[in-house]
Design a protein around this ligand. Structure first.
Ligand SMILES: C[S@@+](CC[C@H](N)C(=O)[O-])C[C@H]1O[C@@H](n2cnc3c(N)ncnc32)[C@H](O)[C@@H]1O
Length: 275
């Protein structure tokens, strides 16, 4: 089996698998991802989110769970609204195509680095996993050539699309991120949506995330950009914006962070955008 490297930005997908496997074991889980534990088991030696402890660790694990559920709900809502193409930018080891209830004739396109997708496919094949939507994997780099690869894989820019950028834009530079925004904007038919998460400059001084940042630096997967005024940024790229803070989503899910973890409210944002 091809094993994704424990270093580099692709390895961040494994941290998500570890977090989703842990959430899936909770009695009060926000989702069940039956494949997350399979990815984690097949991966090279992994930390069990050891980079934080106590309230900070709880806040991080809860945030990743709440974020996953936010993207689950927002993407299915967009599909039900008529966006039957779902494009996940930096899809990693996400398994939404297999675990969510999609309308018939939905196709999920998963873009990520070739090594990540090879590892993903080998594990899913071994599990005999069957998608609950159309599913197309698109091995491509978000810094070059991905839009052509997406169209070559069967994506139709004239059809309504919901784009997803979960845990990915900050691995690109600001310039690379802007180029992605322009390219996806040019391929969004009227009625399209964009579900997105990003960080703000606050992460640089964040106590909550200092261990995460060291771990990512050790893996050579540093965060390389942030967006401090999401409404202006998204409007500038032609989107109408509904903005959410991590803390309001955490509170709505009964996972209100406490103590040191409460700092999470300042370090990022999530949005559902429409055209
Ligand atoms: C933290 S993971 C998140 C994965 C997925 N969105 C999820 O929530 O499970 C970040 C993903 O972005 C991918 N990624 C980062 N930079 C990329 C690039 N330039 N081209 C393609 N994929 C990239 C990584 O390979 C990794 O799978």
């Amino acid at each position: 089996m091809r094993v994704v490297s424990a270093e580099g930005v692709g390895s961040t997908s494994l941290l998500l698998a570890v977090a989703r496997a842990a959430e899936s074991r909770r009695p009060d889980r926000l989702f069940t991802d039956p494949y997350a534990a399979e990815f984690a088991a097949a991966a090279p030696a992994l930390p069990d989110l050891p980079m934080e402890s106590g309230a900070r660790r709880t806040a991080l694990a809860d945030y990743l769970a709440v974020r996953t559920r936010f993207f689950d709900d927002s993407l299915v809502e967009a599909a039900n609204f008529g966006c039957r193409q779902v494009v996940q930018l930096g899809a990693g080891l996400d398994t939404r195509a297999f675990r969510l209830d999609w309308p018939a004739d939905t196709t999920v396109f998963e873009i990520d680095q070739p090594a990540v997708l090879e590892f993903k496919e080998s594990v899913l094949e071994r599990c005999a996993a069957t998608p609950r939507s159309g599913r197309v994997v698109v091995p491509a780099d978000l810094t070059a050539g991905w839009a052509t690869a997406l169209v070559d894989a069967g994506f139709d820019p004239a059809e309504r699309t919901v784009w997803s950028a979960e845990g990915v834009l900050y691995y690109l530079t600001a310039e690379e991120g802007d180029r992605v925004m322009v390219a996806l904007g040019e391929r969004t038919a009227p009625g399209g949506r964009f579900v997105v998460e990003h960080i703000t400059r606050e992460v640089e001084g964040s106590v909550t995330l200092s261990g995460v940042r060291s771990e990512l630096a050790r893996r050579r997967a540093e965060w390389r950009s942030h967006v401090d005024d999401p409404v202006a940024w998204l409007r500038g790229h032609g989107w109408h914006v509904r903005l959410f803070t991590p803390n309001e989503l955490l509170a709505a899910s009964g996972r209100q962070p406490e103590g040191e973890g409460a700092e999470a409210r300042t370090i990022g944002w999530l949005a559902v955008c429409e055209r």
